[in-house]
Design a protein around this ligand. Structure first.
Ligand SMILES: Nc1ncnc2c1ncn2[C@@H]1O[C@H](COP(=O)(O)OP(=O)(O)OP(=O)(O)O)[C@@H](O)[C@H]1O
Length: 727
């Protein structure tokens, strides 16, 4: 199929539409039967642990800072029988808390605007019902009443963040339900702080740095359809939906831009003290320096040009594991260098294998496929791949939804060794027979917990069972994330060889300690006022404001513009060109405030984000950890302020207390009180409770430890079917 076929475009304006993906499929969560082996201690430094923790503590409930204090630096860990810890200096310590009673408690958020509208008094038309703007002041009594109510979904795996599904799914299904674009009530056009316009639909202007409206160019497609995934459709234009014509601008080619980076922060060296656990058989020893990795000269040059002089813990452990050809599941804090941890050893392998430059071909067969859940994140990973492969014959390509399919194909046919893709676009391209899978040696799932949950799990399964895809025994599969709920880990056996290694870096809950976390009790109707107050104090410092729905993102962005605060927004209802513009304006500081939904919660690495504000708390603690991880990256410090509304957020009190305590943050007394009043024995609302961000669930399958983190035996663990009864 020639390129021209993809160019037959009839440009038509349209309103973006989406159909939320309601994925009903449930996963079986059987044990994979893999054996678990602890990595032997390699040195003598011991860290102490909370050996005498009380019941609440084991349940993910801490009574303030003192109980939650588990600073690896200051609190030596008492040896226990279960596992071996290492600091990233290579010292071993011994701590693993058995019988962790934190429950896996993933809530459904679904970005359900109707629900949000009802629950939060947010007008469905986009207006904010502000009749009673008095703060629903935070008596913990009220919180207590709430218990675990307020959100349905309870145990449902990954039904949260349907924003992501929309990210890949909505445009493919475009048009079916008509436009669901939010209406910016009362603010058809407003002015940002720097005089830019923030426009609604008409979108004829292009206010610099402002919030631009919609005027998406689309092409109606004639169907060319050779293979189809369930979720695809409109995005490729093969079905009845409109085609997208957006062609992202090429990234800058000059060396300075390719290697542009920000400085590591004052706490970068503290990474050395973070505890690391490696589990599984025969783990290769960690390396302490880049030189020990024995990479080729070109790679070393690129590492130096990128400003990397020292390995982060996840890199120290993951690089030798990947170089040894082992499958890996790695869990490490936000902003601690996971991307380079997989890219560098993969590139090293490719160079050692003497990879040949790929040529122009109609069917490309990449050696490496990297998938990530959002377009902006996969683009970022691609830029990292391009940086580290600079000067080699390895060619990285990125493809993602919301862009013209023909453009993706043109990128691919020019040669492709590393394909960075979002799942929907990847499956589309495979269906078009532009990508063959026979040569795949490395499959990387970044934000792997997200990639395997209900949103993307089915697509990922299709990918690994696509014709030509080497079996897991024949390829190397790598999974990275800052969070790894146990139930999701159990699914990993499908993707990983049974002897995969598990690397866990860091503390319970995985929140980065370089982020100063503050929880404020703010009722729904006082949030805007509080937000403006905070933003005025912050001044021009870069701030991400997270809200729960796309409509609200539009509304709050509009509101802030009206308040003369330069703001832009990113969410799944914005066209891709708008999303990229928004991110660009935020990155360069033109708009220092970015209002975002969960689509921006994971992975995005933006220099100088000093503040994250959770205008709405997310529905899960994992998402909270990812969101606040947009600041405090790579040893820099950051601040996160979260508005806790007792009317809707009580289910998060307990896991929040845990996350705050473990990151040595102050825990407000009122939050403890709510956590206490909503405490349910055996359920903590968190999949947490161990000293590590996550633990290797294979431990639970060996008869040695039959407790999962909720304190249930595996067979007792709540089933997603029971979701409704958990409210
Ligand atoms: N060894 C290193 N030395 C200096 N900078 C590094 C090093 N490793 C990574 N970085 C930089 O740190 C930043 C964060 O890295 P990265 O985005 O890979 O984090 P991450 O762990 O994937 O975070 P997240 O969980 O949010 O996805 C990037 O700007 C990256 O270039």
């Amino acid at each position: 199929m020639g390129d021209e076929d993809w160019e037959a475009e009839i440009i038509k304006p349209h309103m973006s539409s989406y159909v939320p993906v309601f994925e009903k499929e449930r996963y079986s969560s059987g044990a994979n039967g893999d054996t678990f082996n602890r990595t032997p201690a390699s040195s003598s430094e011991m860290d102490d642990g909370p050996s005498g923790r009380d019941h609440f503590m084991r349940s993910g409930f801490a009574s303030g800072r003192s109980l939650g204090n588990r600073d690896a630096d200051s609190s030596p860990v008492a040896p226990s029988k279960s596992s071996i810890l290492y600091t990233s200096k290579g010292f071993s310590n011994n701590k693993f808390e058995e019988g962790d009673s934190s429950g896996f408690w993933r809530q459904s958020s679904n970005d359900c605007e109707d629900n949000q509208t009802r629950n939060r008094g947010f007008s469905k038309r986009g207006g904010y019902q502000d009749g009673n703007d008095s703060e629903a002041s935070g008596s913990s009594r009220r919180g207590g009443r709430g218990g675990f109510r307020g959100r349905r979904g309870g145990f449902g795996l990954g039904s949260s963040n349907s924003e992501y599904e929309q990210d890949e799914g909505m445009q493919r299904a475009g048009g079916l339900f008509g436009s669901r674009r939010p209406t910016l009530s009362g603010a058809e056009q407003c002015v940002t702080g720097n005089g830019d316009t923030y426009q609604s639909r008409s979108g004829s202007g292009s206010g610099r740095g402002g919030y631009k409206g919609l005027n998406e160019e689309v092409i109606t497609g004639s169907g060319k359809n050779s293979w189809k995934s369930e979720a695809e459709g409109g995005e490729s234009g093969d079905t009845q939906g409109p085609k997208v014509t957006y062609i992202p601008p090429p990234p800058p080619e000059d060396e300075d831009s390719i290697f542009a980076h920000y400085q590591t922060g004052i706490n970068f060296d503290k990474y050395d003290t973070i505890l690391v656990e490696v589990s599984g058989h025969d783990a290769p020893p960690a390396i302490l320096t880049f030189e020990e990795a024995n990479l080729c000269q070109t790679l070393n040059n690129n590492i130096a040009k990128a400003g990397y002089t020292k390995l982060t813990p996840v890199q120290k452990y993951s690089i030798p594991i990947i170089l040894a050809g082992r499958d890996l599941m790695a869990c490490a804090q936000t902003g601690s260098g996971k991307t380079a941890a997989f890219l560098l050893p993969i590139l090293a392998h490719m160079m050692r294998d003497g990879i040949t430059a790929s040529r122009f071909k109609d069917l490309q067969e990449p050696e490496c496929i990297i998938v990530a859940p959002t377009r902006e994140l996969i683009n970022q990973i691609y830029l990292e791949a391009r940086k580290f492969s600079f000067g080699t014959c390895v060619r990285a390509v990125v493809i993602y939804g919301g862009t013209q399919l023909g453009h993706s194909i043109r990128q691919i046919v020019q040669g492709c060794n590393i394909l960075c893709a979002t799942p929907g676009r990847l499956m589309d391209i495979i269906g078009k027979e532009k990508i063959g899978l026979r040569q795949v040696k490395y499959l990387v799932l970044d934000e792997a917990d997200r990639m395997m949950d209900m949103g993307f799990g089915p697509e990922m399964r299709k990918l690994i069972s696509c014709p030509g895809m080497p079996s897991k025994e024949q390829r190397q599969t790598l999974m990275f994330s800052a969070t790894f709920p146990e139930e999701i880990q159990k699914l990993a056996g499908e993707f990983l060889k049974s002897d995969y290694l598990f690397v866990a870096v860091g503390q319970v809950g995985g929140a980065c300690r370089d982020v100063q976390q503050t929880i404020l009790q703010v009722g729904q109707y006082s949030k805007r006022e509080k937000l403006v107050e905070i933003l005025r104090n912050i001044g021009d410092e870069r701030t991400m404001v997270f809200v729960e729905t796309k409509k609200k993102a539009d509304f709050i962005a509009t509101f802030l513009c009206q308040e003369k605060i330069s703001t832009t927004s990113i969410h799944g209802d914005r066209e891709q060109r708008e999303r990229e513009q928004a991110l660009g304006d935020f990155r360069c500081g033109k708009c220092p405030v970015l209002v975002a939904t969960s689509v921006a919660a994971r992975g995005l690495d933006i220099e100088n984000v000093q503040h994250v504000i959770n205008f709405d708390l997310p529905s899960t603690i994992d998402e909270y950890v990812h969101r606040i991880g947009r600041t405090g990256r790579c040893g820099n410090t950051g601040r996160a302020i979260s508005f806790f509304d007792p009317e809707s957020d009580n289910h998060l009190a307990q896991p929040l207390v845990k996350v705050l305590s473990d990151a040595q943050q102050d825990v407000p007394a009122w939050l403890e009180e709510i956590a206490f009043s909503t405490y349910v024995p055996g359920f903590s609302g968190s999949a947490r409770g161990n000293v590590f961000a996550s633990v290797d669930t294979r431990k639970n399958y060996q008869g040695k430890n039959t407790l999962n983190t909720a304190g249930f035996s595996s067979s007792q663990a709540p089933n997603p079917v029971d979701d409704e009864s958990w409210d």
